[in-house]
Design a protein around this ligand. Structure first.
Ligand code: GLN
Length: 550
């Protein structure tokens, strides 16, 4: 099949599956799309994943975590939607900038082409120019000869104004490349009303809204509290014109999200998709998934970890960290209980030992994640000090590492005003600062270290032992760095710097001496953890916390 329409001609052998969502948001469309990707991979198919976000921001990098949840960073440094994290955890599909698009990016590209005169005097319109730009990007993902199926998740809810151009592009896709090459999967909600009755009407309406846009779904994934009875799924099938067996219960899973592919497989989701697309595939091998779920079900010990941050009131903010802790726990045959502690509350507790003892009761490890801005910083510093003095395993990620440095400067180097220039631009002791050449550049607009960077680990350090190698590559997303002008003072006071950039210019990892496990890293290891290949730092942090009998 080929695609031209004003662009270079692309030939693609991939089949395409569009995943849309209805009734309301937050139904877990990303995990549904990722689970479908998993199942196809388990059948031996080569899959690619892509996300279309209807908002006008070019990327979520500048959005508040309260608006958007976690910003997921790809290896090539794109700041993307957190669903890309789900894709990486569930599938082996490679991801880059190209696997994420927003309305903002599409319009930016089209307007730039218009300014360059590329539309040869024509009126530039949503159809065909915006929809062509969308289709071109989707096609480009499936273009590679080693792709069997490309799955595109369309963000938002059918019926929203914003997502219409993406849905129109999805509709045209089938027309452009043939019925047998495109599949539409729609995720909807079957709510439970008072008295416990399940209601199908919102689903019927949502499919109707989709059909008004010219898309007849082939498969429905229905979010329900429990598995639907046959009568109900047949009724939905009849009213929505979907085959009986293609109405699937996406029921609430009581164990872990990693059981979702198994639940879909039991209802033949993979076979139905494969059959409808007319592709040949092998037998499903889901043993790895079964193993993860089984460990979770049978683990009898639970390790309590405190996550100390300022965005704890929203579930999705630390998504990748929460998942990586889960992976680390599975590797240690334990369950993890994550206790979210608001760093501002800690600040109010005034860092007094008696209140901290109460707050951290039963906690076996403390993790301070990444973040921006001053709010709650002193509470994090106090959590780090408490972990250091009480021999509690501590894991500092990005901001969490900078907090370790600030705490050490305040309490060991005896510089009570020590701070990061991010929070106190005029501090006399800027132990964390912008690089000299960055200092005059405004806070926003470039200068962020993003994506993969190499670090060299110091021999004999705990981090070197955890990785089992000297040179590592991890993803970054930060602006500030350890200030080298304080380096000797830190080293003389027993602070361990255990990782540098290969040229030795920037600090990448630090450790506490004579402490069971206190590690801070300037990068984001959570983006590289998967259920079957847990990140070594999370495995070791959970191991140390499990062994912390205090
Ligand atoms: N705000 C800090 C910086 O920009 C840390 C960033 C982060 O934790 N991702 O350096």
């Amino acid at each position: 099949m080929t695609f031209s329409k004003g662009y270079k001609i692309i030939t693609s052998m991939s089949k395409y599956i569009f995943v849309t969502g209805g009734v309301c948001s937050s139904l877990g469309k990303g995990i549904a799309a990722a689970s479908l990707g998993t199942l196809l991979e388990c059948r031996g198919l080569r899959v690619r994943m892509m996300k279309a976000d209807p908002y006008l921001n070019v990327d979520p990098g500048t959005m508040s975590p309260y608006q958007h949840g976690e910003v997921y960073v790809t290896a090539d440094g794109a700041e993307t939607d957190l669903d890309l994290g789900n894709y990486e955890r569930f599938t082996t599909a490679p991801l880059s900038k190209a696997n994420s698009m927003t309305t903002g990016q599409i319009y930016q590209a089209v307007i730039q082409k218009e300014r360059e005169g590329k539309y040869l005097g024509r009126t530039v319109q949503v159809i065909p120019h915006i929809t062509d730009e969308i289709k071109f990007r989707i096609f480009a993902i499936g273009e590679s000869p080693d792709v069997d199926v490309t799955i595109i998740e369309i963000g938002g809810t059918v019926g929203d104004i914003e997502s219409i151009p993406f849905l129109e592009a999805a509709r045209q896709f089938r027309h452009d490349i043939g019925r047998e090459n495109v599949l539409y999967v729609h995720l909807t909600l079957i709510p439970e009303v008072i008295g416990g009755e399940l209601k199908t009407k919102p689903t019927q309406h949502s499919v109707k809204a989709l059909r008004e846009l010219g898309i007849q779904p082939d498969i429905l994934l229905c979010r329900t509290p429990v598995q639907m009875e046959e009568g109900m799924s047949k009724k939905i099938a009849l009213f929505t014109n979907v085959d009986d067996d293609a109405v699937i219960s996406a029921y609430d899973i009581q164990t872990t999200i990693y059981e979702i592919p198994l639940a879909y497989h039991k209802q033949n989701l993979d076979s139905i998709a494969i059959k409808k697309l007319g592709i040949k595939a092998g037998k499903a091998d889901l043993t790895q998934w079964e193993k993860v779920v089984n460990i979770f079900k049978t683990a009898d010990k639970t390790v309590k970890i405190a996550l100390v941050g300022k965005y704890i009131h929203l579930n999705d903010t630390y998504k990748s960290i929460v998942e990586a802790l889960f992976h680390g726990a599975i590797a240690n045959n334990v369950k993890v209980d994550i206790v979210k502690i608001d760093s501002e509350e800690l600040e109010k507790a005034a860092c007094e030992n008696s209140s901290l003892d109460k707050l951290f009761e039963g906690i076996k490890g403390i993790l301070v994640p990444g973040g921006f801005g001053q709010r709650g910083i002193d509470g994090m510093v106090c959590a780090a000090g408490y972990a250091r003095e009480n021999n509690i395993p501590y894991f500092g990620i990005c901001l969490g590492m900078q907090i370790m440095v600030i705490e050490y400067a305040r309490n060991i180097l005896q510089y009570p005003e020590a701070n990061s220039r991010e929070f106190s631009p005029d501090t006399k002791y800027p132990v964390i600062s912008l690089l000299e050449e960055q200092i005059d550049i405004k806070m926003f607009g470039g200068t962020m270290r993003l994506g993969n960077n190499e670090s060299k680990l110091s021999p004999g350090s705990k981090i070197r032992k955890a990785y089992g190698k000297d040179l590592i590559v991890e993803r970054h997303r930060h602006r500030f760095e350890f200030s080298n002008r304080f380096k000797d003072e830190f080293l003389n006071a027993g602070f361990i710097i255990s990782g540098y950039t290969p040229d030795g210019s920037l600090v990448e990892a630090v450790e506490w001496k004579d402490h069971p496990w206190g590690i801070g890293v300037q990068f984001h290891p959570e983006f590289n953890s998967k259920p079957f290949s847990p990140h070594p730092l999370f495995v070791e942090f959970i191991r140390a916390s499990k062994e912390n009998e205090k």
